[in-house]
Design a protein around this ligand. Structure first.
Ligand SMILES: Cc1ncc(COP(=O)(O)O)c(C=O)c1O
Length: 361
């Protein structure tokens, strides 16, 4: 079976892990500091705080902005639920924005109709390395005095018109989870250019406690990550150009070689510097296609449900574009350690899809 995701850690990661083990200090020690410094320098941003997940990064960003229950936070209707849980956990009003009709990213025109004087934060999600229209979003945010927290959990080292995604808003959040360019199992980062927010984030990661002399400064939690896990990110970050190149090569191969009237590959502007995490098939015959690929030993993964299916968030409105992408999109075998032969086999199989008999034509 060709898995829909494949990542492998090697000798370099194993050696770093043993090095961290030998340090005998497992929390907020040398590996955490090294990852923060490396990540900040690669992203050309002054401050990065390493935490235990991308979801924690989002929650911490909103805590740093002091989001309250009377505030509105706007998130896309199409994303992983983590983006909406963060404001939901703070009991803020979660408002949902549809995506554009041609790409699964926030529609600025819809966003414009949603903002009010109560909008405290907007969370654009750069899904699979695609740049949301940050210029338009910034204009709308400034009109109502809202902060921008970029969810770049699926856009690590992806570049947009203004620079690296995740560094263009007030705060940017990243994931080091399994389905990521750099994976340690569970991990995440918050980045910012603002020193004041950085200092606050470091405390929020540790229950909002001020040390020496001790005082309880902010609402926070234990968002810390172990140095053992952090160490795994170091060789991956040192080798990041190769990883980016591989992700782009795999995606370009899908884009140039999938040729079937019933399926397309959702585009990513790799020439602009966008870095895809995975390849997304788009087909109105998705279910048939998924079953056919499975019969041929190829695993895929469906897009997540849109956020308005989470009744506990009291969603309001309709989201036809999010529904359309959810219904028709799925992830094809991807990942940094996926073999080129596997990708070629997937492409050949897709190109022979015959919707009437569900077998090779
Ligand atoms: C868009 C988006 N936001 C947030 C997250 C949360 O990241 P994590 O799984 O590291 O908590 C993910 C994870 O896949 C994601 O895809």
């Amino acid at each position: 079976m060709i898995p829909w995701w494949y990542t492998e850690l090697g000798e370099a990661e194993k050696n770093k892990l043993l090095e961290a083990f030998g340090e005998k200090r497992l929390t907020l020690s040398r590996s955490v500091q090294q990852v923060e410094e490396l990540f900040a320098s690669l992203l050309q941003v002054p401050y990065a705080v390493l935490v235990n997940s991308g979801s924690s990064a989002l929650l911490m960003a909103l805590l740093a902005l002091d989001i309250q229950p009377e505030d509105e936070v706007i998130v896309p209707a199409l994303t992983w639920i983590a983006t909406a849980q963060a404001p939901g956990l703070l009991h803020a009003k979660v408002k949902l924005c549809d995506c554009t009709s041609d790409a699964p990213i926030m529609d600025p025109a819809h966003l414009d109709s949603l903002v009010t004087s109560r909008t405290k934060a907007i969370i654009p999600v750069h899904l699979n390395g695609r740049e949301c229209d940050m210029q338009a979003i910034r204009k709308i945010a400034d009109r109502v005095g809202a902060f921008i927290v970029e969810d770049a959990c699926k856009a690590m080292f992806s570049r947009g018109k203004g620079g690296f995604l995740g560094t263009l808003g007030d705060l940017g959040c990243f994931s080091l989870g399994m389905i990521s360019l750099v994976s340690v199992g569970y991990g995440g980062l918050v980045v910012t250019r603002k020193k004041e927010l950085y200092e606050k984030l470091k405390k929020i990661r540790d229950h909002g406690v001020e040390r020496d002399p001790e005082s309880y400064a902010y609402l926070g939690f234990n968002f810390k990550i172990s140095d053992l896990l952090a160490s795994l990110a170091i060789p991956q970050l040192e080798n990041i150009q190769q990883k980016i190149q591989r992700a782009v090569t795999l995606h370009n191969l899908y884009t140039s070689s999938v040729k079937h009237p019933d399926m397309s590959i959702l585009p990513i502007d790799t020439l602009e510097g966008q870095v895809p995490v995975y390849a997304e098939g788009y087909s109105e015959k998705r279910e048939e296609m998924i079953a056919y690929l499975l019969e041929n030993g190829i695993q895929t993964s469906r897009y997540h449900l849109p956020i308005h299916r989470a009744a506990y968030l009291n969603p309001e409105g309709t989201f036809p574009n999010a529904e359309k992408f959810t219904r028709n999109s799925f992830i094809l075998p991807s990942g940094p350690s996926q073999k080129i032969e596997n990708i070629s086999q997937v492409i050949e199989t897709v190109n022979h899809f015959n919707s009437h008999c569900g077998a090779y034509s």
